[in-house]
Design a protein around this ligand. Sequence first.
Ligand code: SME
Length: 160
Amino acid sequence: MTSDKREAAYRELIPQLTALLEGEHRPLPCMANICAVLKEKLGFFWVGFYIVDREELVLGPFQGPVACTTIGKGRGVCGAARERKEALIVPDVEAFPGHIACNPLSRSEIVVLLLDEDEVVAVLDIDSCEPDDFSRTDARYLGEILDMPFVKNIKGLYGR
Ligand code: SME
């Protein structure tokens, strides 16, 4: 998909997702449907959430092949994004020190934060089979998608 087409797809799906999730503040159904929409409409290889559980990140709703269940503190792209408290775009996963290869077909990756009053409560991780498949445009639209009321209810999902 060209970057223009992807941008057009984001513009189309954001109001659809907003309507779909309107009034739903429970995190799991929201996360599940966000994964489904992003996977179906944008054709990514893997789309999923990792949810903060104390020091670790634990697999949440996702679409795609099986993935690792737990990511330790600072590990992988997801752990690094959480520690640095910033979205990370990785054009070549093999060049990222500590990248966790859940599937050898993944070539590039983006991780975007879910923030509750400045605290990272989860991350959205998207993998692509294409190298260098993500840009700041993806980060911007994904950030817009994740700015929804359900984010306030993620903290405590694992008991704290
Ligand atoms: N590659 C990720 C791990 C999760 S999988 O991509 C689904 C990382 O390095 O954090």
